[in-house]
Design a protein around this ligand. Structure first.
Ligand code: PGA
Length: 259
């Protein structure tokens, strides 16, 4: 695992964008795993600037990490809406090549299995963008999620519903259930890039990066991934025991190993 400590969330977004753009330059039909929430926004903004400057992501494919159950796709806080507004339209992606789990499906288990099939048929996710919840979730895999889990329905914790209440009129409107890619699904991606900023994420980041691998901190499963990059700003890095080592490592990264 590589931990990169950057001055700001903006810098983190730019770094992650360089990585995504390099992958897209190598294979235009790169499969992106798309996170929602505040953490990936600087990345999407950097990509938007790159696209305005001539980068072409129109052949890229995408799979969102999760979606609320029971929220119509046209609701502004649904991840269908968020992905369309923040990713598909500004980055010039083809909407037919970007999927979000169907939180309105009558048969949720069938919709989850279909989502897994779609990811598999696309050849798997090449680079999975991740945020991290204050409770250590990735996707909506809340504490106690099986480290081997696949796409399925989950119940959101009270903490997550409060964290996400800012996207709704009140916490009472935040759905209780979601469909999320599982931890096993996420771990199948070729690369993982986890973005975190702000002191509110510091404890979760430290548990994920330096704590034991445990379902109690679902993000800690990334310690078992061969190619995980964690990009955090200084406040989010403030609980990391080995922060100086990560800084030294990144400052002395061999040129051939750059993103
Ligand atoms: P945030 O959420 O990026 O909005 O902080 C992250 C998450 O809940 O995974």
């Amino acid at each position: 695992m590589e931990v990169v400590i950057v001055a700001s969330g903006q810098d983190g977004g730019e770094l992650a964008a360089r990585l995504v753009l390099a992958m897209a330059a190598d294979s235009p039909d790169v499969v992106l795993g798309l996170a929602t929430g505040g953490s990936p926004l600087p990345l999407y903004q950097s990509l938007r600037r790159a696209v305005a400057d001539g980068a072409d992501l129109s052949a890229a494919r995408g799979f969102a990490l999760d979606e609320y159950v029971g929220l119509p796709p046209e609701h502004p806080a649904s991840y269908h809406s968020v992905i369309r507004r923040e990713v598909v339209e500004p980055l010039g992606l083809d909407p037919d090549r970007v999927q979000v789990p169907d939180g309105m499906a009558d048969d949720i288990p069938a919709a989850c299995a279909a989502y897994e099939d779609a990811i598999r048929s696309a050849g798997g996710v090449d680079v999975q963008i991740l945020g991290i919840g204050t409770d250590g979730h990735i996707g909506f895999n809340e504490p106690s999620s099986s480290l081997a889990s696949r796409t399925r329905i989950k119940t959101l914790t009270t903490q997550t519903r409060h964290d996400n209440a800012r996207f709704f009129r009140s916490v009472d409107e935040v759905p209780r259930h979601c469909i999320t890619q599982g931890l096993g699904t996420i771990m199948d991606a070729g690369r993982l890039v986890l973005l975190a900023s702000g002191v509110g994420k510091a404890a979760a980041v430290a548990a994920a990066v330096e704590g034991p691998v445990s379902a109690n901190c679902p993000a800690s499963v990334i310690q078992l991934h061969q190619h995980a990059t964690v990009i955090v700003d200084e406040p989010a890095a403030s609980c990391l025991e080995h922060a100086d080592y990560y800084r030294e490592t990144y400052a002395n990264k061999p040129t051939w190993q750059q993103f």
